[in-house]
Design a protein around this ligand. Sequence first.
Ligand code: IDP
Ligand code: MG
Length: 148
Amino acid sequence: MQTTYVMIKPDGVQRGLVGEILGRFERKGLKLVGMKSMVPTEEIARTHYDVHKERPFFPGLIKFVTSGPVVCMAWQGKDAISVARKLIGATNGREADPGTIRGDFGMDMGYNMIHGSDAPETAEFELGLWFPEGLMEWNNTMGTWVYE
Ligand code: IDP
Ligand code: MG
């Protein structure tokens, strides 16, 4: 089992796509082990996107991510990291496949509505950053009908 960090960015919240987006993870069969909403501080946004700090789009990205509420989620399941990235789609909405979140709702690179961890190490780092209080442990009875 893996746990991945998924975050609906301010454009997804502003556009009223929270239910639509999180419903896709729910329907897929992933288990929700953490969820909350906040307006990120500059410090948490900079730490989250630290790998991109030298990129030209970094200042704009930080301004965007701290501009309003985000929805922070932790989703658990077999290969949850790659499963979530597939549901999310390619970074640029114009290139993302239809059927993916970015492919269905996005038209740009920065305003791409959602973040998903890209590897086990980044998932661990991001979950610790956004959920320092820890995640929920619960028995998901639906899981017995999701995995053989
Ligand atoms: P990812 O979210 O698909 O993993 P990354 O390359 O890790 O994409 O970039 C992180 C985020 O930075 C993207 O989701 C997007 O919001 C923003 N971003 C990436 N490249 C650009 C760009 O060229 N212009 C503006 N924003 C960008
Ligand atoms: Mg990335």
